[in-house]
Write a protein that binds this ligand. Sequence first.
Ligand code: GLU
Length: 472
Amino acid sequence: MPASNQSFFENVLRYFDHAAALTGLPKGLLDQIKYCNSIYHFKFPLRNPDGSVEVISAWRVEHSHHKLPVKGGIRFSPDANEDEVMALAALMTYKCAIVDVPFGGAKGAVQIDAGKYTAEQMERVTRRYTHELVKKNCIGPGIDVPAPDYGTGEREMAWIADTYMAINTGHLDALACVTGKPVTQGGIRGRREATGRGVFYALREACAQKDDMKALGLTSGLEGKRVAIQGLGNVGYHAAKFCREGGATVVAIAEREGAILNTRGLNEDQVLQHKKETGSILNSPGATNLPGSNDVLESECDVLIPAALENQITAENAPRIKAKIVLEAANGPTTPEGEAILQEKGVFVIPDIYANAGGVTVSYFEWLKNLSHVRFGRMGKRYQETMENRMLRAIEIATGKQFSESDRSAIVRGADELDLVNSGLEETMAVAYHEMRDTQLRNPKIKDLRTSAFLNAIEKIARAYMELGIFP
Ligand code: GLU
């Protein structure tokens, strides 16, 4: 893995400072926005099956309370550390602001290699982690709402919800204490694939801009674009799926064990199936192996999607990157030094704080669903169908022609939960893209989308503080 000589949080501060310098906002207000409001580091014991006990380190960082609750995932990783959680919490704040999700930013982590423990132990760790958050008032529907991140998923979110509800019996809104839950436990349809789907919408929006694509020497539209993806976890897998279904060709995929290439296109389901059977993506049928996971970053492609961890594109490897577009599905995959080189090379970077915001956007929808205690679409679906049928009937009477059954069923369809979630996500990603791009086009000093994304976020957060009357 290419090393970065700066800490992840320092990198985020650099990105922040670069954009903040364009705002003209007072230093006190900018400082209030940029630093983490609270950092909670705690430890708890875990008993192993052989009777030995080890002490586990864990964190919850709340970066900004300008809006409540604060929101952000929980990472289970042996490499988790305080600096990383701080950086990720800060990115959550900006991400929420960019897509107008009315939350402050937070992040949590447990320093553990989940693969080395039994499911029972992981359940104990997750429930204990939740108890520690409850003790310090760091979880609750109106306080701080965790979600999945690297190393966690629906299973852990269900344990968190269950633990919280056991402590808060009778609290009507208790289910809204965490998002990313299984649908049967108060989750929402479409959350699992939301980040990857959002990444796809981001790319589709960028590729639809004829002038931008022309400047990069690319045709507009997704059709035929060669995509390389680092990481086939939940985000990478779904990004690959939606991009392929949208007409792109996935020419390279990397996992920890190495990377595979196929210029005619890879199918993420087949690659994942191969990994399930053999324990590795290497030697997937029809593909060529590359020795290192990071080789994928330098592969021949039009669009590079880092969908793994931070600090992947650095000053060391950026000169060799061939992609014209870097679409940051991971949080913090590019260091400021790496980014400077990409910029010199004319690479179009779609920044993480926008590109991967689909996850938290649909988390917001889940939270709303939990608070309203009703599934989206339940009240309106049938009514919409009735109205559409009436409209068709009126057209039939006016024209004297009959719609066929297949035409009728293609036209008459009330929106269900998944339709509404996906449409809300699509709208959110499209609007935020143009907000970010327009800011850049309006300001000749801004050379990249990251700066305009940060600038928009900082200005929105600053406005919230001013409206609260905290700053003049
Ligand atoms: N962990 C995800 C992220 O980094 C999702 C956070 C959320 O849904 O609250 O954006």
